[in-house]
Design a protein around this ligand. Structure first.
Ligand code: FA5
Length: 332
């Protein structure tokens, strides 16, 4: 009978190896180890044997069962791996194909300009900060010294988010709220730049978009003056635009800076374009950010990145920057 068991085991090994699918293997499992299997049949004949013979045979039977289970499990693992490979192959999408000769994508002009400006400012010792695009009233307006009923709130047509109290949550209208967040998060000296997307409820035209980008700069340190502000903007304009461009500052009003100015750049054809606002950080804003205005002073500016990029690259209509036309995008 021991020989018979060995024969069953050998036979099982061959049959298991010959199976090609997991489904067939399940069938074979039942046939080899189930109630009607040859092994179970052998077990039934054990009653006629002596106790010693039964012990010997029992051990052989168990060993054979274990081996057959082992053959089945090993074959199952092999077949499952093959089936997985086949399935992955069938579902495969090749997203890696790069046609280096043409069709290769690249960063959008605005992203390129953001990265370039970050490099310039990081080189000057600034750190890059970020803030949320969905902002609360405090950071976007009130903390920046916009009085609740002050008409300056209407300088920026606001998209309100239907969340919380009425007019409490907004899509940020400028990157200036990140000034507040930076001041809340760290003590001076502060040298931060903040590029980001901003939103205003405006009709799009050649110089306006409803979703556009700004880069904000905030400096707070001992003894900062308007001279530092003007010098920084001048250096930046020359570095970014190169020869042929000049700049001017015009007196202006922003609730969060005092004095304030607007900053224009003159194109080589003599025309002027308003690029941004700037000024000395208002003492109320420093105080709201937890900074003592008796000890520290600072300047801030915020430029329109879309206008900056368009001006340098001779794009005459900002709406092109939001287009998906490859003929336009591939030029940069
Ligand atoms: C501001 O947004 C102030 N936060 C700037 C500032 C920062 C002042 C720090 C003082 C200190 P203003 O609304 O002027 O200011 O916008 C700044 C610049 O964003 C504009 O000069 C312009 O270049 C750009 N800009 C404004 N509106 C649009 C628009 N609809 N589309 C494209 N660019 C715009």
């Amino acid at each position: 009978m021991i020989d018979e068991i060995r024969r069953i085991e050998d036979d099982a090994r061959g049959r298991v190896a010959a199976v090609d699918t997991v489904a067939e293997l399940v069938e074979l499992d039942r046939e080899l180890l189930g109630k009607r299997s040859a092994l179970t049949g052998t077990k039934r004949q054990m009653g006629a044997l002596s106790e010693d013979e039964r012990r010997e045979l029992g051990a052989a039977l168990n060993a054979a069962q274990e081996s057959i289970r082992g053959f089945l499990a090993a074959r199952r693992a092999e077949l499952e791996a093959v089936e997985r490979e086949v399935q992955l192959g069938a579902e495969r999408l090749d997203l890696t194909e790069v046609r280096a000769d043409r069709d290769a994508g690249h960063l959008h002009l605005i992203t390129q300009v953001v990265e370039e400006l970050e490099d310039v400012f990081v080189g000057l010792g600034f750190t890059v900060a970020e803030g949320p695009e969905v902002e609360d009233d405090w950071h976007n307006f009130t903390g920046l010294n916009f009085g609740t009923y002050h008409p300056a709130r209407d300088m920026q047509d606001t998209f309100f988010v239907d969340l919380g109290a009425p007019r409490e949550v907004v899509l940020r209208t400028h990157t200036s709220p990140v000034q507040m967040r930076v001041m809340e998060g760290q003590a001076p000296p502060i040298y931060s730049v903040v590029p980001g997307r901003v939103y205003r409820n405006e009709a799009a035209d050649a110089t306006h978009l409803a979703v556009f980008h700004q880069i904000e700069c905030l400096v707070v340190d001992h003894g900062i003056t308007f001279g530092h502000l003007a010098g920084t903007i001048d250096r930046f304009t020359k570095a970014f635009f190169g020869p042929g461009y000049s700049m001017r500052l015009r007196p202006a009003y922003f609730p969060f800076t005092e004095p304030s100015a607007e900053f224009d750049v003159q194109r080589p054809d003599g025309t002027w374009l308003e690029l941004g606002g700037c000024g000395m950080v208002h003492p109320n804003v420093l105080r709201n950010g937890g900074i003592d205005p008796e000890e520290w002073s600072g300047f801030a500016f915020g430029f329109g990145l879309d206008r900056l990029a368009a001006t340098r690259h001779g794009v005459t209509d900002l709406r092109e920057l939001a287009s998906t036309d490859v003929r336009f995008l591939s030029q940069f």
